[in-house]
Design a protein around this ligand. Structure first.
Ligand code: MN
Length: 256
């Protein structure tokens, strides 16, 4: 099994190091990850400046770009082969509910999925790497199970996995979940710069809005590992009928 690992916390983050150290015992693993923290970069690609790739002393390669850049250039020329699996993480903090839209961790995995490769984004629910070794072992167990079930290297799929920061034996099993929802983000934070101009800082993510049973928020709060299959198609399929009628009315209406 050949695995490409990336993340959004940067190539020196403890989460990616732990994942690499754990997975290299069971697979051929390469790390290509951003040089800097790239939180909330989603699927962004760098189109207007060149990307450089540097080999770190531990063998990891880092890129002066986004998580999606890393996976994109890896799969379109840098690796020179097709990995069986793209893994992203382990992220420093939750990527649940609406977080998945913004998440660079998910973005890196999604880039693999877009190239037809199965991909998993792993995150720890709480920041600061508590019980990171346990999370890495759980990630490895899940990957090995999927490999043994012949789910790796054939049809692409995209999974978002969040793990509670618990010791290995206290972590619950994997629960299949839908994404929960968050409220809109907190207000923007303003500061005055030394020249008397206002600066704006993006506020914190909103509090949880939908944490009902069946959501990722609910499962991880109960100590389980949440696993949510993601898709890329943003079409509102449920409301296509409504919009068909509305679009017909709009097109039939006289110019305003
Ligand atoms: Mn991150």
């Amino acid at each position: 099994m050949k695995i490409l690992i990336s993340n959004d916390d940067g190539y020196q983050a403890p989460g990616i190091v732990a994942l690499y150290e754990t997975l290299k015992e069971v697979a051929e693993v390469e790390v290509i990850a951003p040089e800097q923290n790239n939180s909330a970069k989603s699927n962004a690609l760098t189109l207007h400046s060149p990307l450089s790739v540097t080999r770190a002393s531990n063998g990891f390669r880092y890129v002066n770009g986004t998580p999606a850049d890393c996976v994109h250039i890896a799969l379109t020329g840098l690796l020179g082969y097709r990995p069986d699996l793209v893994i992203s993480g382990i992220n420093n903090g939750a990527n649940m509910g609406d977080d998945t839209i913004y998440s660079g961790t998910v973005g890196a995995a999604m880039e693999g999925f877009l190239f037809g490769i199965p991909a998993i984004a792993f995150s720890q629910v709480d920041k600061n790497w508590g019980h990171l070794a346990s999370a890495a072992l759980k990630a490895r167990d899940l990957i090995l199970q999927m490999s043994h079930q012949n789910l790796v290297g054939i049809n692409p799929w995209l999974l978002n996995v969040n793990m509670p920061n618990l010791p290995f034996d206290e972590m619950g099993h994997v629960k299949l979940c839908r994404l929960g929802r968050r409220h809109a983000a907190e207000a923007v934070i303003t500061q005055m710069n030394p020249r008397g101009e206002t600066m704006y800082w993006i506020g914190a993510a909103g509090p949880v809005k939908d944490e009902a049973e069946g959501t990722d928020f609910h499962a991880t709060a109960q100590g389980y590992i949440s696993m949510t299959p993601l898709k890329v198609d943003l079409t509102d399929h449920d409301n296509l009928g409504y919009w068909a009628q509305t679009a017909a009315r709009l097109m039939a209406a006289p110019p305003v």
